[in-house]
Structure formats: structure tokens, C-alpha cells
Design a protein around this ligand. Structure first.
Ligand SMILES: [Zn+2]
Length: 156
């Protein structure tokens, strides 16, 4: 197979390959990052893209509404931190699977990150400051991390 020249189908940036080769479309890093929230917004539940160290990479509008913060305030923060978990960032707290274990949100996320095992509608309790919010956690391994969906009732 002859080499192809890759270019971003959104911004047309050159992504490598011989300049005289036929072009094929890809998506460059900056465009992918810009497109992720739009893609996540098509999902009905509050959905967060979580990367290594349970750090938030992106979140859809429903999830941003749930935590009352916009993307720049939650990107790169550990999961517990965006929910206002009192243990986040402290020794043994999120992202360490220590004293918080078994955190009903972090455990399925970590498992999916490490092993690729998806989880569906796992009953969980989210502690947001002094409130306890019951929800259902669904996780899926995707390129770049784990899609974490927080549902108020089991999906059917
Ligand atoms: Zn691009």
C-alpha cells in the first residue's frame, strides 16, 4: 500500500505523509479536543470523559450543569474535586484509591481505565459537599479514557 498524506478534515492542517501522496482525512489534536464536548452533548445522561489518574478531560452540558461549573474549571481536575468530595486531593483521597475506597464512582472508572471492563448502571452514591446523591454509573472504555455516565435511574 502506498503512503498517504493525512490532513485534518476540520481545519485542513497537514498531519504528515509525503506531500505528493493522495490525501486522507483525519482529525488533529486541537480539533478533536474542540469537538469532544459537542459529541458528548449528544448523549442524554451527564457524561464525563475521564483520563489517567481519574482526571477530567471533558464533560457534556448535562454534567457541567450537575456540578455547576464550566469546562475550564473542571478540565484536568480529579473526579472527586469537581464533585466537591471532601477527600479529593487529600492523602488517601481521589485520585489515590486509599481511604476513599470503595468510592462507588471511582472504582468502576478505575476498573474500566485499567482493564477495559465496561460497567452498566452500577448503583452509586455521589457525595457532593454534605449531600449524598444516589445515581447509576455506566462506564465505557474509549480512545483517550473512559466515558463516565451518571444516570438518575437505570437506563433500559
Ligand atoms: Zn484540525
Amino acid at each position: 500500500m502506498s503512503p498517504l498524506r493525512r490532513r485534518c478534515c476540520w481545519c485542513k492542517a497537514d498531519l504528515g505523509g509525503p506531500s505528493d501522496a493522495p490525501a486522507t482525512d483525519g482529525v488533529c489534536g486541537p480539533c478533536r479536543k474542540a469537538l469532544i464536548p459537542s459529541f458528548l452533548d449528544t448523549l442524554p445522561d451527564a457524561t464525563i470523559l475521564v483520563g489517567d489518574g481519574v482526571r477530567v478531560k471533558s464533560a457534556n452540558a448535562a454534567a457541567r450543569g450537575e456540578v455547576g461549573r464550566e469546562l475550564p474549571d473542571i478540565e484536568d481536575r480529579v473526579l472527586g474535586e469537581i464533585f466537591g468530595c471532601p477527600h479529593a486531593g487529600k492523602p488517601g483521597g481521589c485520585p489515590d484509591p486509599g481511604d476513599c475506597a470503595p468510592c462507588s464512582v471511582q472504582v468502576p472508572v478505575e476498573d474500566t481505565l485499567r482493564n477495559g471492563t465496561p460497567h452498566e448502571d452500577v448503583p452509586a452514591v455521589l457525595r457532593v459537599e454534605s449531600r449524598y446523591i444516589p445515581l447509576y454509573v455506566t462506564t465505557r472504555r474509549v480512545k483517550g479514557g473512559v466515558l463516565l455516565s451518571l444516570g438518575r435511574s437505570p437506563s433500559d
